[in-house]
Write a protein that binds this ligand. Sequence first.
Ligand code: MRU
Length: 316
Amino acid sequence: MELRSPQEVASALKEMKMRGAPLIGVAAAYGLALTAYHSRAKTREDLLKELETSADLIRATRPTAVNLFWAVDRVLKRAYETVGDHEAVRRAVIEEANRMADEDVEVNKRIGRNGSKLLRDGDTVLTHCNAGSLATVDYGTALAVIRSAWEEGKRINVIADETRPKLQGARLTAYELMRDGVPVTLITDGMVGYVMAKGLVDKVIVGADRIVRDAVINKVGTYTVAVLAREHKVPFYVAAPRSTFDLEKNAEEVEIEMRSPEEVTHVGSVRIAPEGVKVLNPAFDITPISYVTAIICEDGVIYREEFENLLEERTA
Ligand code: MRU
């Protein structure tokens, strides 16, 4: 897919042609880079104004993954801090987007190395949605942990749930893992209880769209998996970069994206529900931090108690 303008980037984000929190972030940065690249501004002030307009357009695409806002703010900050004329600002914005893309891969590799220590040879890991290469620039977050353990020679099996309604688990996670040769079994979301009760899952690893003070916000269905993991004493890990942390906020302050009813009433273009049925379609849900065993980020593994201490230190 080639995107040539900030408008095209914004549409692709809204329509979820690109998705996944870290990828959304880097794509947002490139939306601003495209603005700078194509700009005909003759002054620094005019270029900054154009960047602000694009930033508003991109910020309005998807509300929940904090990486989008983090990325837009980071590029704008770089633009404002760059000393010099519009050409200097233009170069700086493009350079910042490129840097963010490179950093994403580096950070994901570190998440992978940190998290792989938690996996044992022979483990079966359940994952939800897609937190893989296709949700990032490359390597993934939750799938980085699985990839890294696999590359170290640990025989890992994965159970991927299909992740209704957009089917990221079936379409993307199953594809990515099969491509890498990692054994993967696909189940429907409603089968998570079955596999847990049968003792078929050793660990859960999911990604995150936003980690706030009291919760992890991730693809709808994550909370159900977390509750089942607790019930069956299965560790529940969240793998995400620091750019997904939003420690100034609590979950109730975050907008959960509501998407179109057609995503639920249809599978692809085929209607499966009766005409006129009432639909609720939140794209994300909220897993209280008390269900999280640990968060795996580029700086290491943060167990829940340490996370809570970290928050206390910030407020002290
Ligand atoms: O709506 P999406 O597909 O953009 O949401 C992505 C997710 O929720 C992923 O599961 C995820 O863990 C965050 S991206 C690594």
